[in-house]
Design a protein around this ligand. Structure first.
Ligand code: ATP
Length: 370
């Protein structure tokens, strides 16, 4: 992150967007700092692209306010906003050369040809594209190279905000990894603020300073990747952002420093959890204990764990350097466990095991429909 100061470059206040009677955005507010990389994630149809369109000025919001760099964008057409957008589907002009494509936004602004050529060369260098590509048509480039050209074109007019609508999702896995690193490098080197829509949660975790999780036209949570992953706001975010275990517990007393709880089948000598591992909204009554699969381990004879449960191993999947297990508890819960590398205590299908985890690896969140 470069050039980061506290003034928001993008301020979105209570944006609503209706398409006829359908409410695509239901009061979205978001403040993005200069130089931040924000990833917008959420299930298909939750409003991510709709939000980008309001920022870019492709559509007018039904109500609410968007300011960029302190300026209200109401009535400012897309072409006059300090934004650039890159789409999943390449929007390069097929009949124009790479140089003409990249320089197009400056040509529209009637910049003189010599200056356009100089800026195109800068962009080619920034995107690590070969200068010999300049005279080629887009179809003579690979998919990844075409996407670099699209990025170069989006950066040439020095936008304050770069809006990315799943720009990497059409690429194969290997190329996608390369372009993800490129995006990160580009973000670092130019210090521009990025708002990036993606379906790929790993990509969001890897690239973003903060992740914004949306569902049904609302923002559910905005936070740093580790916060979203380990301290999800609710059961939906917990499950959306990666596989997890949500064990029902009953909070019997909420004290200043710790809460007392009971969980069916969970053995815990103290029956209490420090409050820093409990979401603020959790009161007494039903709640869910979130434990990520990689934080659960097998407990050997004589070993201790702060929390533990009996279970029978039902499935094993080996995935590269990790082994994933499923285990069924007598209470009827199916637990997911993930062990990195080789384990001193490997598990076999059908084996009765004791599984344990530490209090610091718990996050207790409100019970509720996921
Ligand atoms: P995806 O991940 O599938 O791209 P998304 O989160 O980007 O989804 P949007 O494209 O923002 O979703 O769409 C949000 C909702 O608004 C969807 O249900 C969609 O069908 C609806 N919608 C989008 N554009 C229009 C439109 N022009 N007219 C009517 N409904 C629309």
């Amino acid at each position: 992150m470069q050039n980061m100061n506290t003034a928001p470059i993008l301020q979105i206040e209570d944006i609503h967007k209706d398409y006829g009677t359908y409410q695509a955005l239901k009061g979205v507010s978001l403040s993005v700092r200069q130089g931040e990389f924000i990833a917008l994630v959420g299930p298909s149809g939750c409003g991510k692209t709709t939000l980008l369109k309001q920022i870019a000025g492709f559509e007018d919001a039904t109500s609410g306010r968007i300011s960029i760099d302190g300026r209200d964008m109401a009535g400012v057409p897309a072409a006059q906003r300090p934004t650039s957008i890159v789409f999943q589907k390449l929007a390069l002009f097929p009949h124009m050369t790479v140089a003409e494509n990249i320089g197009f936004p400056l040509k529209l602004r009637k910049v003189v040809p010599a200056e356009i050529a100089a800026r195109v060369n800068e962009m080619i260098a920034l995107m690590e594209l070969k200068p010999i590509y300049l005279d080629r048509l887009p179809r003579a480039l690979s998919g990844g190279e075409q996407q670099r050209v699209a990025l170069a074109r989006s950066m040439i007019s020095s936008p304050k905000l770069l809006l990315l609508d799943e720009p990497l999702s059409a690429l194969d896995v290997k190329l996608k990894k390369v372009l993800q690193s490129e995006l990160k490098r580009l973000h670092r080197s130019v210090g521009v603020t990025f708002v990036h829509v993606t379906h790929d949660l790993e990509e969001a975790m890897m690239l973003a300073d903060r992740i914004c999780v949306m569902r049904a036209g609302h923002i559910l949570q905005l936070g740093e990747p580790a916060d979203i992953y380990y301290r999800p706001a609710d059961a939906f975010v917990a499950g959306f952002i990666g596989e997890t275990n949500l064990l029902p517990v009953e909070i019997t007393r909420r004290g200043k420093d710790r809460v007392e709880y009971r969980g069916t089948g969970i053995a815990d000598e103290t029956g209490a959890i420090p409050v820093r591992f409990i979401a603020d909204q959790v009161g007494t009554g039903q709640a869910l204990m979130n434990v990520r699969p990689e934080l659960i381990r097998r407990i050997g004879p004589g070993d201790k764990a702060e929390c533990s449960m009996n279970a029978q191993v039902t499935e094993i999947f080996t995935k590269g350097g990790t082994v994933q297990y499923r285990a069924h508890t007598p209470e009827g819960y199916d637990l997911a466990i993930e062990i990195q590398g080789t384990s001193d205590l490997p598990m076999r299908v059908g084996e009765d095991v004791r599984l344990g985890w530490a209090k610091k690896d718990i996050w207790v969140l409100p019970a509720g429909a996921a």
